[in-house]
Write a protein that binds this ligand. Structure first.
Ligand SMILES: CC(C)(COP(=O)(O)OP(=O)(O)OC[C@H]1O[C@@H](n2cnc3c(N)ncnc32)[C@H](O)[C@@H]1OP(=O)(O)O)[C@@H](O)C(=O)NCCC(=O)NCCS
Length: 186
């Protein structure tokens, strides 16, 4: 089964081991690097380790990170991972994070792709909530999050979206809004 999410403009598919160079090109684009805490490019071997874990998550749990394609070309990825220790919520709670290649910032792709991934967690997998961690100094990230359907701020660094709040948003019942017109295809 090959899972795909279709939004009005984008296609999301599960990441694969062969996506390493593509994901590095997005993650290590200078404008993205400058938004990270360290201000450093992610070393190839660390990205390879992360990607292996994402692929294992798809195999073992049926969820994981997505590569985002526009007309067949990669423009972003959406991380869907356990939030881990230190966030104040259960470490196995699911967190979504979006990284868009800077060539495609300012087109609404983060909201569209992130909403599609959240909808998949709620509708296909029955999750009740999803989290997004944020650096309070990252203005673009805060603006994208503020528009997420049904989002609630927990503290400066953590936001939550519940299935109920997300699906209750006007126009977000399956079509029309960013990420709303999403169809999973086997
Ligand atoms: C933060 C980040 C994901 C935002 O990506 P983005 O695609 O530009 O974000 P959005 O989806 O919010 O779209 C941004 C703008 O596109 C505009 N836009 C243009 N066309 C649009 C359309 N058709 N639909 C919706 N919005 C559109 C929106 O108005 C929005 O403007 P605003 O920022 O003034 O509100 C991106 O800058 C990034 O990858 N940064 C580095 C990594 C990072 O910080 N990730 C977030 C933490 S996990």
């Amino acid at each position: 089964m090959t899972l795909r999410l279709h939004t009005p403009r984008l296609l999301l598919r599960p990441v694969r081991e062969g996506d390493l160079d593509t994901m590095l090109a997005i993650r290590n684009a200078p404008a993205v690097v400058s938004t990270t805490g360290t201000g450093q490019a992610l070393p190839r071997e660390r990205m390879a380790g992360q990607l292996s874990r994402r692929c294992a998550s798809w195999r073992d749990h049926g969820l994981g990170s997505w590569l985002v394609l526009l007309d067949g070309d990669p423009v972003a990825f959406v991380e869907v991972t356990p939030i881990g220790e230190g966030s104040g919520v259960a470490p196995d709670a699911i967190e979504i994070g979006v990284v868009v290649h800077p060539d495609h910032w300012g087109k609404g792709f983060a909201l569209e792709a992130g909403s599609a991934a959240a909808r998949d967690l709620f509708e296909r997998l029955g999750h009740e909530r999803v989290y997004a961690g944020v650096d309070p100094d990252n203005e673009k990230s805060l603006r994208a999050l503020a528009k997420a359907p049904g989002v609630r701020r927990i503290d400066d660094e953590l936001y939550e979206v519940t299935a109920g709040a997300f699906l209750d948003q006007p126009g977000n019942s399956g079509a029309g809004e960013p990420g709303g017109d999403v169809r999973s295809r086997p």
